[in-house]
Write a protein that binds this ligand. Structure first.
Ligand code: ZN
Length: 587
């Protein structure tokens, strides 16, 4: 091995050229030990075929196509601090010419880099790596150990199942597997979106006579909240004035006992928009959504989102945006400076967009607004002028960081974080009151329905303060509101009367699809009238919640009604240990 040292060095350099994205990832945006272990793992993985006797130079020749992808991966890494993932590839596939022009500098350097690196690699392998060179026994052992040590560590530390999952995770976190898998998933998701278009063509929809004969303009709106807990809404008895505008909104219906379908967005939102049961994500992507049904019934359907279109926690939700006639995502755009930044807009920035669409005077309109609501980091969710409680943004961010470390935050830091969370609710109050006002101005026959995807633990939580992803009362019990226009109340008094009898009835947010179809007098094969509180025969069924790990629980059995505890916002855990969903790692 010693006498082969120059060859060894050449092989090491050539393998590192292939794995340059993994090496760069160690230091982007700063050095991490995890990045270092992934880089070693990726080097060993590249050389795995040589352990079984393959000549090294043959392997390096076969890797030429990978080397050609390296500059593009580096451009991605330096632009958005991420190797190309499913979501970046999807974003690029859907990026229009104008948005792409923002990335022209990266595209130019990636192209130039591809040419230079490709030529350099070919010259290097041809001149420095002997044709017959194979790995010796010591090198083979080193490669095998580099693969086995991290896998064994995962298995010993966390068990067989986690260990196996760790192998997949390590492969999918490193170039080139991450890029190929990302491309595969991106095209798979685009295929599913295409299938949803076929769903629309094949959907059979019927409408009640009273709605067919309606001569009023019809403007309806579903607002999907984010991480809003009922216990911090003044409307629900919170001792702070967080919803003053909604409290002054005449005729607002406040549903007192609605549970979410899951404690994280990814699982919760599909079961609001479709008839699929909580947790059945694939089933949801194959079913007609609320948007499909209204579109088929002749409504112009708009999806307006303050969340990103693509990202680990966004893409599955955004599949449903393809059901709309128009979708607008005001966050996560490539910015004008070509930094590919994922900025998040405020929810209130959706208001001008709503106004512009309403000015089109279309006779039948359905809006679905997907808000960012009260998702952390809280100071980023509201403009300063909507803050009612003192919360200096940087101090709150520091406090949230210390709280996330568990148990070391002071009472002052908890109070500060609570102030900031409450300010997000104030911003939601402002948004909803203004949306209702805009819809009211149209004098149309309308409903505006607000339901949060799930709640959030607050400062009173025993564990997981200011997080979601686990099953607690504050996470599961969500604010749910409905406003009806005078024209709607007059034309459909029977539905309004039924709704008013169910303000205290416990039901699941999985009734949303059925409720809102019923509110438009619509029916389709997946529709169940008995799941709508607007129907006299409302039979809500058990309140099923799918936890972040896919386990199904009956909420009322695990959390028997204890009104005093619920009112006080006390946290009771399920019999499982608290599970922090992957969503919690979202920035
Ligand atoms: Zn969410």
């Amino acid at each position: 091995m010693i006498k082969d040292s120059p060859t060894w060095l050449s092989v090491f350099l050539a393998v590192n050229l292939i794995n340059l994205p993994n090496l760069a990832y160690c230091f982007t945006p700063c050095f991490t030990w995890l990045g270092l272990t992934l880089w070693i793992f990726s080097i060993a993985l590249t050389l795995l075929a040589c352990v079984f006797g393959m000549r090294v130079r043959l392997l390096l020749w076969l890797a030429v196509p990978l080397v050609l992808l390296v500059p593009a991966c580096l451009a991605s890494l330096f632009s958005i601090q991420s190797l190309p993932t499913t979501f970046l590839i999807l974003a690029l596939l859907e990026t229009n010419q104008t948005e792409l022009s923002a990335l022209q500098v990266q595209v130019f350097f990636a192209g130039l880099g591809t040419l230079i690196l490709g030529l350099l690699y070919v010259w290097f392998v041809k001149t420095r790596v002997p044709a017959g060179f194979r790995l010796g026994p010591v090198a083979r052992v080193l490669v095998v150990l580099s693969l086995l040590i991290p896998i064994s560590y995962d298995m010993i530390a966390s068990g067989h199942e986690v260990g196996l999952a760790g192998i997949k995770q390590r492969c999918l976190s490193t170039f080139p597997c991450s890029t190929f898998y990302g491309a595969y998933e991106a095209f798979d998701i685009r295929g599913r979106v295409q299938n949803r278009r076929d769903l629309l063509d094949n959907l059979t929809i019927t409408q009640e006579q009273a709605f067919k004969e309606e001569t009023n303009r019809q403007v309806h709106m579903l607002v999907i909240g984010e991480s809003a807990t009922k216990s911090c809404f003044g409307l629900y008895g919170y001792d702070r004035q967080t919803t003053p505008l909604l409290e002054r909104t005449p005729g607002l219906l406040t549903f007192q006992n609605v549970s979410c379908t899951a404690p994280c967005t990814l699982i919760a939102v599909p079961s609001l928009l479709t008839a699929a049961p909580p947790g059945k994500l694939v089933e949801a992507t194959r079913q007609a959504s609320l948007l499909t049904a209204y579109k088929k019934a002749g409504f112009k359907v708009y999806w307006l989102s303050a969340q990103k279109k693509h990202g680990t926690y966004d893409t599955l939700t955004s599949i449903f945006s393809a059901d709309a006639d128009e979708d607008h995502f005001i966050s996560g755009k490539f910015d004008e400076n070509g930094r590919g930044a994922y900025q998040t807009a405020w929810d209130v920035s959706l208001l001008p967009l709503v106004k512009r669409i309403l000015d089109r005077n279309e006779s039948k309109v359905l809006f679905v607004l997907h808000t960012i609501g009260s998702h952390g980091p809280y100071p980023a969710r509201y403009p300063p002028e909507l803050a009612r409680f003192p919360a200096d943004p940087q101090t709150v961010m520091d406090a949230l960081f210390r709280i996330s470390l568990g148990g070391i935050a002071t009472p002052e830091e908890l109070a500060l974080a609570q102030n900031s969370y409450d300010n997000t609710v104030c911003a939601t109050d402002f948004l909803l009151a203004n949306l209702i006002n805009e819809v009211k101005k149209t004098q149309a026959s309308s409903w505006v329905y607000y339901v949060s995807d799930h709640g959030e633990n607050t400062s009173t939580a025993r564990f997981g303060k200011f997080l979601h992803g686990m099953i607690t009362r504050q996470v599961v019990e969500v604010p749910t509101l409905m406003w009806l226009s005078p024209a709607y109340e007059k034309a459909h008094a029977d539905k309004v009367a039924a709704l008013k009898t169910h303000l205290k009835t416990p039901f699941s947010a999985s009734c949303t699809f059925h409720t809102l179809l019923d509110m438009g007098g619509l029916s389709c094969p997946d529709f169940k009238k008995e799941r709508s509180p607007a129907s006299p025969g409302f039979a809500p069924g058990p309140r099923i919640v799918c936890d972040a790990n896919g386990f199904i629980i009956d909420y009322d059995k695990q959390f028997p009604v204890q009104p005093d505890a619920a009112q006080a916002g006390l946290q009771e855990t399920s019999d499982k240990a608290p599970k922090i969903a992957a969503e919690l790692q979202r920035p």
